[in-house]
Design a protein around this ligand. Structure first.
Ligand code: GLU
Length: 466
């Protein structure tokens, strides 16, 4: 059997961490088994679905590299098909028109509550043989006897008696199909073999199974993935910080760091923490998905990001860094060192690409201000002379190369009887605007003679005006 999974987001917001994890698990399962992965946009809620959300979801999937083999399918383009299936259910006697008014349903609910029963529709229109009217909804006739067994691949067998389930509305009075109907039709038509989704849908599953059975469809296997909690134990939401996948891009995370973080959020493979995408595909298995909720841990994500910045190919990191440089108004392709070299010297000290971009912009673009604290501490009257001497030596040096430049700094400190820091720090502030930068020799050699001299001159001027 060829495996087919799907990710079926409702486009009512951005792609959030929970959705991305569901997508990742479905994608991994398909990839692992040489199957197919389908993207389906569940946009039937016309009031809440937006084009922006669709775009945000597609953008998020692309950024994470979760490419789909089929789709995106849009449910709003499949209304005709849903009507056809609804009609089939009506014709088979597995669905019926219900004309119960709001008041009738309200009264029913109150009576049931008074008898301490679980509120549920009692099927009173089942035999009424109503026809279609403006007010009529269509309900699925749920079986009365027996029950449904969900052989959940994460949670194990779950048994629900049919008498617990009532007759679900599958079409509203305006004829539009409801969520449980559209999902069933799509899972059936798209030959989905494995439905991997959040466990907030677990109550829908027995209802969906009953509709699938009425349609004579083959049942997919289900895997309900536990939810993600914030560090306070409440369901992960905006107030825990960034939950949109694209926000992580904007905050300077590499997609592979987020993927690695997400795969470990509710799944484990021994005590391994770092997984390349190939390893994820090789080892992923629904058997090892946790049964209980997992907690989001921003520190760990940051750690993984640093790990990937350190160990990924520098050219790859540079491609992502370049986008962040652009956000700072810097074009690393023109006038400045090779960005790959910048990555190599910066990655040790930066946890995010945003930090790295901020710490590296000075290689390409003149900064407007000195860091106030750094200038105060390192630009003393005496530093003007230090910088002047450096200017002269740097102007004369034949080879603009780390070792030679370093030697000049050392020699000058000795000649002026100063501690190395009294020479290197004013120089660092002069060329980078701050007191933290990679080692001074590599910084100088990447920055180049012209920029170095111009910035030293500017700093001398600044100090003399103090
Ligand atoms: N559209 C549903 C949601 O975004 C998912 C439905 C499903 O996976 O079956 O929650």
């Amino acid at each position: 059997m060829s495996i087919k999974t799907r990710f079926a987001p409702s486009p009512t917001g951005y792609l959030h961490v929970g959705g991305a994890r569901t997508a990742l698990f479905s994608w991994l399962y398909a990839r692992k088994h040489g199957g197919k992965f389908v993207l389906r946009i569940e946009d039937t809620d016309l009031e809440r679905s937006t084009k922006e959300s669709v775009n945000a979801i597609l953008e998020g999937m692309t950024w994470l590299g979760l490419e789909y083999d089929e789709g995106p399918f849009y449910q709003t383009e499949r209304f005709e098909r849903y009507q056809q299936v609804i009609q089939q259910l009506l014709d088979q006697g597995d669905a019926y028109y219900c004309c119960c008014s709001k008041e009738t349903l309200e009264q029913l609910r109150n009576e049931q509550k008074a008898r301490k029963e679980k509120p549920r529709y009692d099927g009173r229109c089942r035999e009424a043989k109503h026809h279609n009217t403006k007010e009529a909804v269509i309900r699925f006739r749920n079986p009365d006897e027996g029950g449904v067994v969900i052989q959940d691949l994460v949670k194990g067998d779950i048994v629900i008696a049919n008498k617990e389930l009532d007759d679900l509305i599958i079409a509203r009075a305006d004829g539009s199909p409801t969520y449980n109907l559209t999902v069933v039709v799509d899972d059936m038509d798209m030959d989905i073999t494995h439905v991997i989704r959040g466990d907030d849908h677990i109550n829908n599953t027995p209802r969906q199974i009953n509709i699938l059975k009425a349609l004579g469809a083959e049942l997919p296997k289900y895997a309900h993935v536990p939810m993600i909690l914030g560090d306070d134990g409440a369901r992960l939401s905006k107030r825990h910080g960034a939950v949109s996948v694209m926000q992580y891009r904007d905050d300077g995370f590499l997609p592979e760091a987020l993927l690695n973080y997400l795969v470990r959020l509710g799944w484990s493979h021994g005590d391994q923490e770092v997984f390349s995408v190939d390893e994820m595909i090789e080892f992923f298995d629904l058997d090892n998905v946790n049964v209980s909720a997992s907690t989001f841990n921003s520190e760990k994500l940051l750690w993984l990001n640093h790990h990937y910045m350190m160990h990924s190919d520098a050219a790859h990191v540079a491609r992502h860094l370049s986008w962040h440089m652009g956000n700072l108004g810097v074009d690393p392709a023109t006038d400045g060192p090779d960005l790959v070299k910048v990555v190599e010297i910066q990655r040790e000290r930066c946890k995010t690409l945003v930090e790295m971009a901020q710490a590296s912009a000075f290689f390409y673009k003149d900064f407007e201000h000195y860091d106030e604290k750094a200038a105060k501490k390192n630009f003393k009257q005496g530093s003007a002379l230090v910088l002047k001497n450096l200017y002269d030596k740097f102007s004369e040096v034949e080879q603009w190369q780390g070792e030679q430049l370093h030697q000049i700094v050392l020699d000058l400190a000795e000649a002026m009887d100063l501690k190395l820091g009294k020479v290197a720090q004013p120089l660092r502030v002069a060329i980078s605007g701050t007191s933290v930068s990679p080692p001074i020799d590599v910084t100088l050699s990447l920055l180049g003679r012209e920029k170095t001299l111009a910035r030293i001159a500017k700093a001398i001027n600044f100090i003399e005006k103090l």
